[in-house]
Write a new protein. Structure first.
Length: 446
């Protein structure tokens, strides 16, 4: 089932000891993880197909455009459809979904309210609107609409689970357990309901019962990452630090990109006296947090080259050259008059051994801003291409005196020797050894 991206719930632990206060939420499971909210993320933007071909065609076209990343055009299709068919709730609902994904909370709320006005007895619509409000931090409104969804369909397990999430977030754990019991009575296979019930029990201090719920969830789905995370948090609370570290390791094996699992394991390692391992996890967590911050900045301002430049440099440092190049391509596209963007891309081309492209980008840098770094890098590229004289000229402009320049001198010496110019060759060989006594030639790209 597809997931409703971007909506996760975090409720801080209520433990009284400082050692648990640093741990993040016991992780009420990501709401869409098993709550069958997938219809919201589907390309068709509809839980069921419309009987009107014209309406379905609009929904399909909006879904297609959104799938291609053309959200603005998808919104345009839906807006034109609403203008033509203002009484069709499905169109308002679909636009609400796109607006919510795009971060336009005010428009999303308006569209959801209009959809509900047009279809007041649609339990699914009330559930989706309430769930969105919950993710947006509007708990009281979420409570209203999710309660209405359950009134309309008492056995609606997804709405029961979502309503339980709101109750847990409000600290109403006993009421949450009652709702989850109803959901599990209707469908005992609901993994997310098991995880959420375990979390509510944890908040009530019933640790052993909470562990039982997590184990039941894992019996259904051994990859239920929130169950493993929550088990680790219970173990930590019980001072079973080795078990906690094992549970968080399982989380990391399932998802290596979430910094919180490294942070949780770091705290467990510290308790076990494994300080070197704890420091390594701290570095991993900080690195992932930096990546998340860069990704968020690009998502917020996709029209700014600086975000792509910063992320590209990080990726290049991690030897992820292809990904870095994509970011630098965007940076150059957005700011073609900035020499910094061209220089960054030239460095990525060098890492990829695309030396002709390095020369081309450095030429562009030097047109915009004569900078020693461009002469230096172009010199390295020319040396790789066997253009010794050009390399030496660039190294001279860059005022470089290092092993790279020594290699250029040595290569020039061999070229002169091949031409029978022994005296000139010896002069260049002497310069090479003065710079770097152990200088050797590396194969050129030609």
């Amino acid at each position: 089932m597809a997931r409703w991206a971007g909506l996760a719930v975090a409720v801080c632990l209520c433990g009284c000891g400082s050692e648990t206060e640093s741990l993040e939420s016991a992780g009420i499971s990501t709401p869409a993880a098993a709550s069958t909210a997938g219809d919201q993320a589907s390309p068709q933007f509809s839980a069921k197909r419309s009987s009107d071909p014209a309406i379905q065609a609009l929904l399909d076209e909006a879904g297609r455009l959104n799938g291609l990343g053309q959200q603005a055009r998808a919104l345009g299709v839906l807006s034109r459809g609403i203008a033509d068919f203002p009484e069709v709730a499905a169109l308002w609902r679909a636009r609400a979904i796109l607006n919510s994904r795009g971060g336009d909370a005010a428009s999303a709320l308006t569209d959801y309210m209009q959809a509900i006005r047009l279809s007041p007895n649609d339990a699914t619509l009330h559930d989706e609107a309430g769930f969105w409000m919950f993710g947006a931090g509007r708990q009281q409104e979420a409570l209203k609409y999710l309660s209405r969804a359950v009134e309309l369909e008492p056995q609606f397990t997804r709405a029961l689970n979502h309503l339980a999430l709101v109750r847990v977030a409000r600290g109403e754990h006993s009421q949450a357990i009652e709702l989850l019991d109803k959901a599990l009575l209707a469908d005992a296979t609901l993994v997310d309901a098991r995880i959420n019930r375990g979390f509510a029990l944890y908040q009530l201090g019933k640790f052993d019962e909470a562990l039982q719920e997590y184990d039941r969830a894992l019996e259904r789905d051994e990859k239920a990452i929130n169950a493993w995370n929550n088990k680790g948090l219970v173990f930590f609370q019980q001072q079973r630090y080795n078990d906690a570290a094992g549970a968080f390791t399982k989380c990391i094996l399932l998802n290596k990109q979430n910094p919180k699992y490294y942070e949780h394991r770091r705290l467990s390692y510290e308790k076990l006296g494994m300080h070197a391992e704890a420091q390594l996890d701290a570095r991993r967590a900080n690195d992932l947090l930096r990546t998340q911050a860069l990704n968020l900045e690009i998502a917020r301002r996709p029209d700014r080259a600086a975000g792509y430049l910063a992320r590209g440099r990080k990726l290049l440092a991690e030897n992820k050259t292809e990904e870095a190049l994509r970011d630098f391509e965007n940076a150059v596209r957005l700011e073609p008059g900035s020499w910094t963007m061209w220089m960054a891309r030239a460095e990525a081309w060098f890492a990829k051994a695309e030396y002709e492209r390095v020369v081309s980008d450095c030429d562009r840098v030097l047109e915009l801003h004569p900078h020693y770094a461009a002469w230096s890098l172009r010199g390295d590229a020319c040396l790789k291409l066997g253009r010794t004289d050009a390399a030496l000229e660039d190294f001279a402009r860059a005022k470089r005196l290092d092993p790279g320049v020594a290699e250029a001198y040595l290569r020039k010496a061999e070229e002169l020797e091949a031409l029978g110019q022994a005296d000139e060759a010896n002069d260049f060989r002497r310069r090479a050894t003065e710079l770097h006594p152990d200088v050797k030639l590396t194969p050129s790209a030609n």
